[in-house]
Ligand binder design. Sequence first.
Ligand code: HEC
Ligand code: HEC
Length: 380
Amino acid sequence: MLLGLAVPIMAIFVLVWWHNLDDALRALSMQGGRPLDERSSKRTTQAVWATVIITSALVLVPKPLIHHTSDTAATHPPPVPRYTADSLWYGPDTTTIAGLETTRASLVRYGRELIANTAAYLGPQGSIDHRTNGMNCQNCHLDAGTRPWGNNYGAVWSTYPKFRERSGTMESIVKRVNDCIERSLNGKALDSASHEMLAIVAYMEWLGTGIGKGVKPKGTGIIDLAFLDRPADPVRGERIFKAKCMSCHEADGQGRKNADGLTYLYPPLWGEHSYNVGAGLYRVSRFAGYVKNNMPQGTTYAAPQLTDEEAWDVAAYVDSQQRPDRDLSKDWPRIAAKPVDHPFGPYTDTFSEPQHKFGPFGPIAAAKKKNDAKAQASKK
Ligand code: HEC
Ligand code: HEC
């Protein structure tokens, strides 16, 4: 950018200078009583032009063409990336697992494998145990939990243990993983000392490489879409589902199995094999934020295919379908802390359950803000 400006400015300078030079030469020759030597004036002009062209070329030609194949890459290993709140997180390069101590490396690899192919190990016909619904963690935590805005695990190691209002307790990574097993995978929690849990936690630790304590890198988790000023509409959502989702997830929302009959090619969106009513995706804001940046399959945050409205409406449709139940009576011990789109009462505000499920969420959020401020003030 700066160079782009500098070059024309320099060229103008040189032209002005050359013009003066020409005049000066002319004046000098006149003074000496000699006629201007046209040939030497022409040579001066040519020399000046040559300088301009060479300088511009040096400045404009991209650096790699000049310092071609620098050997710095060979002598210095790639640096461990240091993530801050401003850098988009992609997950470390899997080839670096080989650099870990051997038992550690195999634990991390097993953890990654469990995230990517959960059903093969823990699903209804899993090789280790039968404790989950047949989905893979990766169905919702894309690319084994490394995709920017693909509900990735970039902030797990750096932010846990942390206090979560849903349980009202300090939650460890083990507890958080079991939350997803019990809700998103509608399954039975893993023992904290099991090889599988240790592997998943080791994988999370490895993913956290280079991320400082407390830092939440950009692109981790699920995006918060702006609220609509109307309720999300399941009727419009059904039209979107038929046009943009049904080809893979099937008309009945049950997804499609692979030829092995054990694992999914396209995971279910509702029904008995899907996530239960206590799962994060059962909140329409989580569902809408997830699909906005990731669905239909192949979508990335850089080129979303759904408008915000479409994402909210299809969320309303899918989250209106039947799915496994769960006892949530122990959730949200502090009722005022429930998220605006938690679909089950009781609430501390006066908005209805349907409004908490579909919106409009703006008025609920405003009331919550006012309430939180009041609570804060009364503490002082
Ligand atoms: C049906 C979708 C789904 C499946 C399957 C699923 N999860 Fe999740 N997971 C979520 C959602 C939604 C969240 C909450 C994201 C948010 O609110 O930002 C979440 C959050 C998490 C978090 C906390 C992330 C953070 O930064 O706080 C962890 C850890 C996690 N899941 C682990 C797992 C593991 C391990 C599995 C497989 C055993 C799994 N999940 C399967 C949907 C899913
Ligand atoms: C081209 C096929 C395809 C289309 C079309 C598609 N999906 Fe998906 N969807 C997938 C696949 C495959 C996964 C699992 C991703 C993985 O494991 O990497 C998935 C995962 C999901 C998940 C998380 C897992 C689950 O089953 O709960 C949701 C939610 C979802 N899709 C919603 C949608 C919605 C809504 C649409 C339409 C706007 C849609 N998908 C369109 C293929 C598709």
